[in-house]
Design a protein. Sequence first.
Length: 317
Amino acid sequence: MKLRIFSLLFIGMFFLSSTSIAQTDISMITHSYNRASYNPAAIARPNYLYLFSSVRSQWNGVSGGPLVVNLQASQFFSSINSAFGISLISDKIGISQVINPMLTYAFKIENNREWSLSMGLSAGVFSRNFDGTQFEPVEINDPSINYDIDRIIRPDANVGIEIQSPHFIFGASSTHLLAIMKPENLFLASNHRYAYVMYKQNNIELFNYNVGMQMVNRNNLTVLEGSANIRFKQATGLSSGSREIFDLGMTYRSSKQMTFLFGLNLFNDFRVAYAYNQSFNTGYTFNTTHEIMLEYRIFSRSSSTRALGQKDEFWYH
């Protein structure tokens, strides 16, 4: 029988395969400014309120492909060297939808801006809802289809650490900690482990850039990723220096996936970006992924994220 249920089963197998982990996981290039989606230590951004949102449409061409909405807000308080954040992720795939609200805390130690160490922890709940009434089978009386509505709610936690110097960023994190040593299935979250290193250069007259490598591990699946991003600058005068106007980025994953990014600084503190993911695996070349990101910063005072001794306003990490 030709049933829509086969589309859902296909999505399930696709989600668990090694060829799909790159699209379901977070791309390094799309979150090079905001790693808090997978490392809570990254919210320790001194002296400003940071707002982030993104919408990602995955596996285009597949009925019921994932639609992920990500909302985040965080604020750093210098007096206590601490940052507090809140996030909400909605991930809808087929007849299933995940709601993942989290509260985040990060503590930062630094030495005259020469180096810094941040440690972060997120805690919240992982809720997955199954709505069988959304099935649209050709034969509505098919006994193999379950039209029930069910919900699973579990506590959730992420942990991470990040070390920064003027030119390097090192980080490691683990998400969905309470899923460690539990069998992976379609109903619950699986533990992911991230490790990354980035090199950034912000002292060139016409552009800034960063390059990086990341490793993502989930159970027996490991994906390596290399990325590069260049941010073009424009001179704004002798008194105000230069500012970044747009950026181009690219990443390649060992699972034969490539992501291209274009970002535009509409204002000094407001940035919009678009990312396109292309798979080169046989049979999946038409199942692309699109993502739109918005980032906004509200400075509380002259921030250490600005260039020292200048008025340049760069999107530092």
